[in-house]
Design a protein around this ligand. Structure first.
Ligand SMILES: Cc1ncc(COP(=O)(O)O)c(C=O)c1O
Length: 419
């Protein structure tokens, strides 16, 4: 059992040990992803403790590294997956396939085939569908197993319009069509749950919208008969403070509001947090390679880029940054960018940071979720290594890629004449 007494609600970048981070950069080189597995365990335990009667699944999409999945499983969590690769990797990490939930969003044939084959041997697996079409395709595959219906609550929430899935037609069965779809699922499959995910990155001030969406989920569950459902799944979306002055989510208040919004249910409440479990457990270490005085700003070039962490370029997201080599130097407003040839490859504009010099190590915080997961090899850059910290020790859990890794699939195609 994790002791939560010493576990803060939030882990700010300044709470990490600067010397330790510098020595990790020295030992493993940069850019480097660092993941504190003990913090992953704490976050899972804290979140579950706030929802004692609920079933908390970890949304693997936030970070699908094996070490993270193992830590979640070890902490007693189950896993929600969004693609066949996440299912396979969860199983590789030790998950019982009977406990997995696969959320099918416009699922490619390969994904459906994989899930159906898996369910044939593991009837506990649940497939969440968001389109009638997916039911047709499952029926064509002779699937008659467990189905949860993802509904479109018509209310989106979250830190950015591109993550406000609850109001996006792409996701879920249109609200008023759900009872009819539920009838069909009951006839042809095993209807076990109602599901929705309204959006991501919700902090305390966004809870009201989030709960309005959730109340629609509870309402629909009662409409289709919650006494015949196993669970009502209200998705993830619970945020972490990215800015130093933002307050962490008030978990007690969140749990109270979610419970109240969903209302009385005979079915078990399920939640699927991703970011909350892993965001502040991870950071990126990078090294300053360039300091340039431009007429309007000081440009600091680092070896991490949008290929390492795409959130700032994709969503305009703020990530805290800290000069861990010299945290006590006078703060100086700097523009921090990486080696990718686009103006989008900028982590911060005119941000006061302890004046960086060449070779300093800069830490980028809250990179544990949607960091490595969205990394690319843009500019033929091999992806960085990832190091896990556990019980105070560090170990490489994903080695640094080489240029050989980047070009392997091309060379193999050349060798087999497939190109
Ligand atoms: C269906 C579903 N569940 C859970 C999540 C996890 O969201 P978060 O990481 O914001 O908790 C997502 C995120 O996109 C999702 O689509």
């Amino acid at each position: 059992m994790t002791d939560l007494a010493d576990s803060p609600l939030v882990r700010r970048l300044a709470d990490w040990d600067d010397d330790r981070l510098e020595s990790l950069a020295d030992e493993y080189d940069t850019p480097l992803y660092v993941m504190d597995l003990d913090r992953v365990t704490e976050n899972y335990a804290r979140f579950s403790a706030a929802f004692p009667d609920a079933h908390v699944m970890y949304a693997a999409k936030a970070h699908t590294g094996k070490a993270v999945l193992e830590a979640v499983l070890e902490a007693g969590g189950d896993i929600e997956c969004a693609a066949w690769g996440e299912l396979q990797r969860s199983i590789d990490a030790g998950a019982d396939p009977n406990t997995l939930q696969y959320t099918a969003v416009n699922p490619p044939d390969h994904d459906l085939d994989y899930a159906v084959d898996l369910a044939a041997e593991n009837p506990g697996l649940t497939i969440t569908i968001g389109a009638r079409d997916t039911l047709d395709r499952l029926a064509e595959r002779d699937y008659d197993g467990r189905i949860a219906i993802r509904i479109n609550p018509g209310i989106g929430t979250g830190h950015h319009e591109k993550v406000a899935t609850g109001a996006d037609a792409k996701f879920g069965i249109p609200y008023d069509e759900v009872p009819e779809v539920a009838d069909r699922v009951r006839r042809e499959f095993d209807l076990v749950g109602i599901h929705a995910h309204a959006g991501s990155g919700v902090l305390t001030d966004g809870l009201e919208d989030h709960c309005r969406a959730i109340s629609r989920v509870g309402e629909m569950a009662r409409r289709v008969g919650d006494d015949e459902l196993e669970f009502v799944d209200v998705g993830g979306g619970y945020g972490v403070p990215y800015r130093e002055d933002e307050e962490p989510l008030d978990l007690e208040k969140t749990a109270d509001m979610v419970r109240e919004a969903v209302g009385d249910l005979d079915a078990t409440l399920k939640l699927e947090p991703g970011r909350y479990i892993v965001a502040d457990a991870g950071l990126i270490l990078s090294t300053v390679n360039t300091v340039k005085e431009a007429p309007d700003t000081t440009v600091v070039g680092i070896d991490a880029s949008l290929a390492t962490l795409i959130r700032p370029a994709m969503f305009g997201s703020y990530h805290p940054m800290r000069n861990v080599s010299a945290p006590d130097r006078e703060p100086h407003p700097v523009t921090v960018g990486g080696p990718v040839c686009t103006s989008a490859d900028v982590f911060a504009h005119d941000r006061p940071i302890a004046r960086p010099e060449r070779e300093d190590v800069i830490a980028i915080g809250n990179a544990g979720s949607y960091g490595y997961e969205l990394a690319s090899q843009f500019h033929s850059q091999p992806r960085p290594a990832e190091v896990a910290i556990e019980d105070g020790d560090s170990r490489v859990v994903r080695r640094r890629e080489s240029l050989e890794d980047v070009t392997r699939v091309e060379r193999e195609a050349d060798a087999t004449g497939d190109r």
